[in-house]
Structures are given as C-alpha cells and as structure tokens.
Design a protein around this ligand. Sequence first.
Ligand code: IMP
Length: 426
Amino acid sequence: MFGPKTYCAVVLGAQWGDEGKGKVVDVLAEEADVVVRYQGGANAGHTVDTGATEFILHQIPSGILHPRTICLIGNGVVLDPETLFTELDQLTGQGIDVSERLRVSDRAHLVLPYHKLLDAERDKSQKIGTTGRGIGPAYEDKTGRRGIRVGDLRHADRLGDMLAGQVERVNQLLGLLGSADRASLDEHRELLKRLAPRLLPLAADTGLLVYRALAAGKRVLLEGAQGALLDLDHGTYPYVTSSNTTAGGAVVGAGIGPKALDEVIGVVKAYTTRVGNGPLPTEAHGAEGDRLREAGGEYGATTGRPRRCGWFDATVVRYSVRVNGLTGLAVTKLDVLDEFAEVPVGVSYRLEGEPCEEMPADLDALGRVEPVYEMLPGWRKPTGGARRLADLPPQARAYLDRLEDLAGAPIRYVSVGTRRDQIIAV
Ligand code: IMP
C-alpha cells in the first residue's frame, strides 16, 4: 500500500458498514506509522483476528494491535470515554501496551450517558434501528454548538455550567417524548470528575500530529467506520448514521487537507449486508438470506443483531466509487460464497419498468427498485488457503473480475478468511 508516492491512505466502508474494515486496517497498519479514526464513535465494531486472539474494537483504532503504531482518535469522532477506558483496560490485560501510543483529539466531542438515554428513547419512534450508543444525539449537540469537547475537561468551572444546561435540556426532551427516564446531573458530574484525570493526559491536537507525521515522511492510515451508504449526506437518509463516513469526512475528521490523501480504498463484502432499517435492494429473503448469514457469521459486532444479507449490488458500489473517489477496492469474505452453486450479482436496477443505473436519492424510489441480476457460476471449493490470485478457482477469479468491471475500480486486496494471513494482495 505505502510507497514512494503513497504516504496517506484511507480505508473506508463502501457499502452499509461491517465490510471487514477492521481486518484490512489491521493488515495495512503493519506498514503504517500512524493510524487515525476520524468519524463515528462506539457504534463501530471492528473485529480483528490475529490468529491467536480475536479483538472487537469499538473506539480505539484497529492499528493498536501493532506494537509500534501510533493511534489517534481524531476531532471528527464522538468519543465515549467509558468505552475507551474499558477497551484500554482489556488491551492492557491482554499484554498490549497502549497508553503511550494513543492520543485523543482535544476537539473531539464527548458521548455521555444522557446521549444514550435520548438515543434509545428517540429510536422507539424514529425506528432507524440505531446502535443505541448515543451517536445521533452527540452529533446533534456538536452541530447545535452546545457539545462538550475533550478539551473542556480542562476547565472544571465552565464544565459544571455546560453539564447542568445539557442535563436540563435532555430531561425536558425526555419528558416531551413521554419517557420516565431522567439524566442525573450528579452522576454526570461524578463521571467526568473520575474520567478527566485519565482522559486529559491523552488529549492532543491530533490534526497537528498527523500533519507533522506526513511532513516527516511517515505513513498515515485513516480508518473509517460504518460505510458510505450510512453517510449523513450520501447514504440512504434518514436510515443513516450521523457522520460523514465518505472520504470527505476523513480529511475533516482527521484535521488535514484534501490533497494529503494519496489512496482511498473502499472495503466491500463479496455480497451485501446491512444492520438496522432502510432499503436494501438486493436483500435475499428466506432460506438464501439465512444461508448467507450463517456462512458469513453475520451478527453485529456491537449489538449482536442478525444482519440482513443479500447479493453484491454493483449500483451501490459504483456509487461509492464515485462519492469517495475510490482508487481501489478490498473485497472481503469471498470464502463465504465457497459453497454456492451459483452467485447472483445485482448489476443495475429497474424502476417502474425503466432502466435505473444510478442510486436514487429518493428513499421511496430506492425501496421500489428491482435489481437486475446476472447469475455467475460458483466455485464450490474452499478458498481460505489462497494467498495469491492464481491460487483461487477460475470461477472465483471470474467472479472478482466481474465485480471489478461493474464497480469501475481496481481490486487491490481479496480477503478469504478472518485471520490476518488470509488476505491476497493483488
Ligand atoms: P447509529 O450510528 O447508532 O446512530 O445508527 C444509525 C444506523 O447506522 C443504524 O442503521 C445502525 O445499524 C447503523 N450503524 C451504525 N454503526 C454501524 C456499524 O459499525 N456497522 C453497521 N451499521 C452501523
């Protein structure tokens, strides 16, 4: 990935999240000096299987498992400090030294228990199917210019008033929503008093750290969370998360300029999944969907919810190539299709009998499109042992060639299992 012309690369999800970014980042981080998370929060669940142990990281960048990598949580992240410290303690307990290699932007906004209360209550009526991690309410506070940032913990005097204002506001909203739950100001005060001494030593101007690293010729990997179709602007609104998951969000959320990016790698599953509500045109219902779910272990890493499963949707990935400016694709979970006699690929849509080649912005239209499928022959052989493209059965290579043609971006990596070594660099 990195080389004389590549110092800064982004890895992001190009479908609806859960594409296997954690694994791709973990593998690429071996060559990186710095890894940066730039948006989202503890709604992410990045699974990394080192071969010896499986880690699920929600808040800390997946690069942390490499002993010399510096990991940064950028200004675009909404930080759940309790999750952060739970994860830090788990990693330390497993012998991974963390605190000297982790820094958190002092501009990042905090996710506090009152955000989670509001998230749970709102989702009862909005039915987005959120992760319940307080993400939407925390970003609302950010754009509403009333959020509490990591750096605010330095000012105990100001913080007390900010917290009191926020708790009062949230409790009014909870009342209006008909909830009997209330946030406690004392509990929030205690929480921040307890967490501040641990969080503040990690606080830094992370944008400056990235800038300096790049100026010194270091290699920087930006790690996205969720996926392009969950992007607040470009996703299937309102069934989206509350941040910009696409490449533009990477530069804003890491605090660098757009020209710093040398590569933008979109991670796609060899099929499609989605958690939560909203349209999923190539969804496979019934036995086929169940078969994909079981073969792929498609249960949420954060919430344990069964994922909705379906076939590769080339319209979605083409769109993702466009809105992210993807320079390459990493195709994951190819091995999940090993046993299928035939594999459908959604090449385009039809809407009310007419061809539809682009993603409609209108949610009703997207809910009504009918995918046009092409049936590709399966390979019915295990692919988990392949380490070069030439090791794959010809039908599997033909499948990848077709995905590449339809998507309009070159495939750079193919993952054939959960372990670190089960990846092919193309
Ligand atoms: P929120 O980000 O918790 O507000 O959830 C909004 C939508 O994004 C819901 O449909 C979630 O299921 C989805 N979502 C959030 N984080 C992830 C993720 O890491 N993977 C997949 N879907 C996610």
